[in-house]
Design a protein around this ligand. Structure first.
Ligand code: GDG
Length: 743
């Protein structure tokens, strides 16, 4: 079946211009366009029958009709999404740029909490979803871009559940403490919207971690570091640091027009040192801090007065938004006063341009300057820094970069600064001007190596690879609830079988979890259901638990059931005695592991250690949710490292971390029990990660029914939501057998 690719961004990558009485349309260049185009020309990209780019065209429907002769141009078919002017204003300048942008860049006081903005934002995204779903089929692949379209994936998922959807955020994702300042319905709409995607991409692992943490806190979801279970799907959040077309910038160095521009700037520069910066006019870019750092540099190093110029280019952006217009005024005034204060008749410390540069001008400045000074207060990635590095074919020049830019995680050979530290900026400017050519070369070469390896093509290909991988994982782990049809099938198989094996986990499966393990005593209904099943001679019923033998004996010993204690360390058949399945083990490991666990009991209030004959378990069910998960991750890593090379297993269970001898698990226990008789019906139910061993072992057994309790993906064939539903199934089976077969 033909598969189409849909790229969705707020604006279409087209510029429509009025020229000589008619409208002309040309494709805009930019990082995203070159990434997608280059991907389409690789083997993976070839597979699409068509690539459709959807977005707002930036003109009226009427102008669109006259400017566009065909929506198919080059590699793309353009799908315009028209929004009413007022809606667009409130969606774009309003919610996107006066709520999400400032908040996600850690400027909470700039946020305009206007409910009408949020409503328009949702309406605009719904409109995108309507326009798109008229064209989409479940087989298609969708890649949504950026903060204007945070809820869109969820909206598309509702309309077409089977879609493959990727989402990429180009700006930072803030920490929970910032995110939570928004009204709750906004938080929920954003998170559930993003979780509509199969893969959610960010520039850095920190942003991905913030997103997962917010989903955990706001939506009460659990994640395992990268995967999160939502709406019966596994969603992955991961880092894909966007990059640039390295070759384009590197090769441009030698282009004639670029060289001519460079010569022109070098002439202006003369024997002075040159600082350069370029960014959109935006309060996140740290322009004032940069100028203050420069001023400090001149004050502390008066020898440089008259011997340095700072070419500062500011590109107009979002000037209809008050905060941006105010900023423009402030920067103009600041530079005016700066030049008059610090400069003199023959020298201006700042050469300021407010406007757009051609590619050749940009390249000319990148390659003529001594130091590029890039000081954002927050920046998702910052491509300017990567472009500067790539453009220096001469491997000269120094990059000063804010550690608040995503790019600082990769460009570690830059002189990294805190943009709020004026002294540090001043010191680094001096260090940059005085750096030996050899050191400049070593630093630039190392950064070039990294950018050329993970370039914009690799970025897109990496994203698509992950997206397909997640999708195939989802299919493999698809959660299948035991619906009526499967239930009837299971009952039929049960009814027509001669000898049956039932393997039932205890905690979280037959009974809900209690605050303390000792309180999870089986209720009357559970005991009755088990009694009914185990008195049937065709049934061998085993309780397969992580609990110790004494507890199982005390609670269930009166029934004619088999008991498997401590994940299989000891087994008792219905008419038999307890048998140990392993020879007396070394116990030398216990004190050391217990001491480690004890230190985590101190670090995590309300967690505790359970002593079992063959294992030690640290429980954190009653601890603070966030602290408990954090400590559990730490403890797990620590125990894994401590037990390396020993015959011990570390199990990451349901709110419990357990250490026990290797070779004991529920899968092995199931294997032993299967040998006990010839079974033509097997039912295994469990809720925990430790039950997965049992499910995996039974996956290969014909006619085995495996059921995971809970909503998470599993190796089991089916899922049931709660222990209550398990009980109801067991009761039905018991009655069904009695009714149908009399046994
Ligand atoms: C957002 C995120 C993230 C700028 N002025 C001129 C010009 N530019 C080009 C640069 C660069 C791009 O614009 C700016 O990209 P940045 O990454 O630096 O910043 P944002 O515009 O804020 O981009 C950012 C990015 O998305 C990608 O995910 O890195 O963090 O905020 O390519 O070269 N180009 C020309 N003349 C100019 O005057 N020719």
């Amino acid at each position: 079946m033909l598969q189409k690719l849909f790229i969705i961004s707020n604006r279409l990558p087209l510029t429509i211009e009025h020229q000589n009485g008619s409208y002309e349309c040309r494709q805009s260049s930019g990082g995203l366009v070159s990434a997608i185009t280059s991907y389409l020309h690789t083997s993976g990209g070839h597979d699409f029958s068509e690539t459709i780019w959807a977005g707002v065209p930036g003109c009226s429907e009427k102008i669109w009709q006259s400017a566009i002769s065909s929506t198919q141009q080059g590699d793309y078919t353009y799908l315009p999404v028209f929004l009413q002017r007022k809606d667009y204003e409130q969606y774009y300048s309003g919610f996107s740029n006066s709520v999400v942008w400032p908040l996600f860049h850690y400027f909470p006081t700039y946020v305009d909490y206007n409910a009408a903005y949020f409503d328009a934002y949702i309406r605009a995204n719904e409109h995108f979803a309507d326009v798109l779903s008229a064209q989409l089929t479940a087989n298609d692949v969708v890649w949504i871009h950026d903060y204007h379209l945070l809820p869109l994936a969820g909206m598309l998922r509702k309309r077409i559940p089977g879609l493959t959807i990727g989402f990429f955020l180009h700006i930072p994702f803030p920490s929970y403490e910032l995110f939570r300042v928004m009204p709750k319905p906004w938080q929920q709409a954003i998170l559930t919207g993003m979780l509509g995607a199969d893969l959610v991409g960010f520039h850095t692992v920190d942003y991905a971690a913030h997103f997962l943490n917010c989903a955990e806190r706001v939506l009460k979801l659990q994640h395992d570091g990268q995967m999160i279970s939502w709406d019966n799907r596994q969603v992955r959040a991961d880092a894909f640091p966007i990059s640039i077309d390295f070759e384009q910038f590197n090769n441009a160095y030698s282009e004639e027009r670029v060289a001519a521009m460079r010569d022109q700037y070098l002439e202006v520069k003369g024997d002075k040192k040159m600082l350069f910066s370029v960014d959109r006019l935006d309060y996140t870019k740290g322009l004032s801090n940069r100028l203050r750092g420069y001023e400090q540099f001149l004050q502390v190093n008066p020898d440089y007065i008259g011997k340095v110029i700072f070419v500062l280019v500011v590109v107009p952006s979002r000037d209809s938004i008050t905060k941006y217009a105010e900023r423009k005024k402030m920067i103009d005034e600041f530079i005016g006063s700066f030049n008059s204060r610090m400069g003199n008749i023959s020298w201006q410390p700042v050469l300021y341009k407010y406007g757009h540069l051609s590619f050749e001008e940009l390249m000319g400045l990148y390659t003529a300057c001594d130091v590029a000074l890039i000081t954002p207060l927050r920046d998702g990635m910052n491509l300017v820094s990567k472009e500067f590095v790539a453009s220096r074919k001469d491997q000269q020049g120094v990059l000063i970069l804010s550690e608040m830019a995503g790019a600082s995680k990769e460009l570690t050979e830059a002189l990294l600064i805190n943009p709020n530290d004026t002294n540090e900026i001043a010191d680094m400017i001096k260090m940059g001007f005085e750096m030996e050519p050899k050191e400049q070369q070593v630093r630039i070469a190392a950064m070039q190596d990294r950018i050329s390896t993970y370039n914009v093509n690799t970025w897109a290909a990496d994203f698509f690879d992950q997206l397909y991988h997640v999708k195939s994982q989802q299919l493999a782990f698809e959660i299948k609830f035991l619906d009526n049809a499967s239930r009837i099938q299971l009952l039929d198989a049960y009814g027509t079988s001669a000898k049956r094996l039932l393997l039932l986990d205890y905690d979280g499966t037959l009974t809900p979890f209690a605050k303390l393990p000792s309180l999870a005593v089986p209720g009357r209904e559970v005991l009755d259901a088990l009694q009914q099943l185990c008195t049937n001679p065709a049934n061998d019923v085993y309780i397969v638990s992580g609990r110790d033998a004494n507890t199982l004996e005390e609670w269930l010993g009166a029934l004619h059931v088999g008991l498997v204690a401590e994940h299989g360390a000891a087994i008792k058949h219905p008419d038999g005695l307890w048998e140990k399945t392993i020879i007396a083990e070394h116990v030398t490991w216990r004190p050391q592991i217990e001491a480690i666990m004890q230190s985590y009991v101190s670090k995590c209030p309300n967690s505790f250690i359970e002593q079992k004959e063959h294992s030690l378990a640290w429980h954190y069910r009653n601890a603070d949710k966030v602290l408990g998960s954090l400590r559990a991750r730490e403890l797990y890593e620590l125990l894994m490292a401590q037990t390396e090379g020993l015959s011990l297993n570390v199990l990451n269970g349901n709110k419990v971390i357990e250490v026990r001898m290797k070779g004991i698990n529920k899968g092995m226990a199931a294997e032993r029990l299967l040998l006990h008789d010839h079974y033509d019906f097997i039912l295994s139910i469990g809720d925990d990660l430790t039950d997965e061993d049992m499910f995996k072992r039974l996956a290969a057994v014909d006619g085995a029914y495996t059921i995971k309790v809970g909503n998470e993906a599993s190796f089991a064939k089916y899922n049931l939501h709660t222990p209550q539903m398990v009980l109801s199934l067991l009761q039905t089976i018991g009655h069904y057998a009695t009714r149908m077969t009399g046994v």
